[in-house]
Design a protein. Structure first.
Length: 487
């Protein structure tokens, strides 16, 4: 059978204008579908003597349906040049689309024919066109959503009538983690994160960039641009480079509009790759640094998603100045919208080696929009702390392994919306904890490797009874809710 796809498919480096026009296929394709369905409805109702005059409109409708189907085929062919689709499914969808266009044109000319014999075969040809358009639409949906999209939730009696096998109950993508040390890093943490954010575009049926991420083998294989993982070197891994690009960048992954990785998920992936990207080891088999312990602890009993209590409250704030965001990104600060439906921001200094007080003013323009801020492993000056103290909507603050002191906590104590505070590896003491008593919304406080004593933590707990205070030692108060790290 002759096919034009292999011939034109030999073209390398498809021009961008071809890919651009191809993106209109999902929009255009609905027009001929509507025309054909409208013509079918008219044919049914026109069987009534009172409505026979409606048939006169069908020639016009079929003409536009045929034109629309032809344009949709051209746009669809252009879209196929972007790659990333299962070849067999694409070929089936493509030829069904050609069949729709051809049968639509055929039906149009038969409808206009004055020859009795030709007019008689109009009905079976048009009926075939209707069936073809449903079949083409079904396979098109499979390309976009997966082959089981239509049948996934089909009741078993209907599945039986359709000759489909008994639906197997899907395995939960994540299992409940009760002991983080016994969790399998890839199966319990990495894979669920990928399924949540990556697999929809990188699976057996849809392979954007010729990349599959649904199995360890495919993950290691990489895509058309080569491997995406460099074991032991997260900074050289294409996957990590892509997730840290600005959201507006065309190469950012996941793309804008898709579910994004959380801060903890990104930190976990970087740690996993730096630890060798193993697919069968437990967390206890790997080296866990002090700053990674709270990150990994966040996955306990919650799989790979943030706890409900960590989800940001919806706050109506104006959009941040784009120039202010660009200024931060120029010094490698990671700025990410929390959600598409609001203007809230997450700001992370994970890629920043130094941040001086001279740059502190860069934070001021985004103080209203920022609710998650991560400035760990930095030397933080007085002006910077003063700027942080103005982030009135801040709910999560990471200051682990910084040089902040008890005096600096006076500014932190003014952040009335704060729910999460990480002070691991700092020099704060019981004296500084007194500055935190005004944080009535605080839910989690991490104080490992600080000068805080168990008694000081208990005193704070009396004022903030709903706060979980993690000291990272074996000292547990009988009545206070102190959370300790198991040694």
């Amino acid at each position: 059978m002759f096919t034009i796809t292999p011939i034109l498919g030999q073209i390398e480096n498809t021009p961008e204008w071809v890919l651009f026009l191809g993106r209109f296929h999902p929009l255009i394709v609905h027009f001929p579908i509507g025309m054909v369905i409208m013509a079918a409805i008219i044919e049914v109702f026109a069987r009534s003597p009172k409505l026979q005059s409606l048939r006169e409109a069908n020639s016009f409708i079929l003409l536009w349906g045929a034109l629309g189907a032809t344009v949709a085929c051209i746009a669809g062919f252009m879209l196929s040049k972007s790659g990333g689709y299962d070849k067999e499914s694409l070929k089936t969808h493509e030829w069904l689309g050609y069949g729709v266009a051809a049968s639509c044109w055929f039906a149009y000319f038969l409808k206009r024919s004055q020859t009795t014999i030709l007019h008689k075969i109009y009905t079976p040809i048009f009926t075939g066109c209707v069936f073809l358009i449903f079949a083409a639409g079904h396979y098109g949906g499979n390309l976009t959503h997966g082959s089981d999209y239509l049948t996934q939730y089909m009741p078993q009696p209907i599945r039986s009538l359709a000759g489909l096998p008994v639906q197997k109950k899907e395995k939960q993508t994540t299992r409940k983690i009760t002991d983080i040390n016994q969790a399998l890093v890839f199966e319990d943490l990495v894979q669920p994160a990928l399924e949540q954010t990556c697999i929809s575009c990188h699976n057996p049926e849809k392979q954007k960039g010729d990349l599959r991420m649904d199995t360890p083998e495919m993950l290691l294989k990489g895509g058309k641009n080569g491997p995406i993982l460099v074991a032991g070197k997260a900074e050289d891994s294409e996957m990590i480079k892509r997730i840290h690009l600005p959201l507006e960048d065309d190469d950012h992954m996941p793309p804008k509009g898709k579910t994004q990785l959380s801060d903890n998920q990104m930190a976990m992936l970087i740690w996993w790759i730096n630890q060798g990207a193993s697919f069968n080891k437990k967390i206890s088999d790997l080296t866990v640094s002090e700053d990674m312990k709270p990150v990994l602890a966040s996955f306990i009993s919650g799989g790979n998603t943030e706890n409900k209590e960590d989800k940001p409250a919806i706050i109506n704030v104006p959009k941040a100045d784009a120039r202010a965001i660009d200024a931060l990104r120029k010094i490698n600060v990671f700025v990410m919208p929390i959600a598409q439906e609001n203007n809230l921001l997450e700001i992370s200094f994970v890629n920043v080696k130094t941040f001086t007080d001279e740059k502190a003013t860069l934070l001021s323009p985004v103080s209203q929009q920022t609710i998650w801020l991560k400035m760990s492993h930095l030397a933080i000056g007085e002006k910077t702390i003063a700027e942080i103290g103005k982030f009135n909507n801040l709910t999560r603050l990471h200051l682990e392994y910084t040089n902040i002191t008890d005096l600096d906590l006076k500014k932190i104590g003014k952040l009335s919306s704060l729910e999460y505070l990480n002070l691991i590896g700092t020099s704060v003491s019981d004296i500084g904890l007194k500055e935190l008593t005004s944080l009535k919304k605080l839910k989690k406080l991490y104080l490992w490797q600080t000068k805080v004593t168990p008694q000081g933590a208990v005193e704070l707990q009396k004022v903030l009874p709903e706060t979980e205070i993690n000291l990272g030692d074996d000292t547990i108060s009988g009545t206070a809710r102190l959370i300790s790290e198991k040694k």
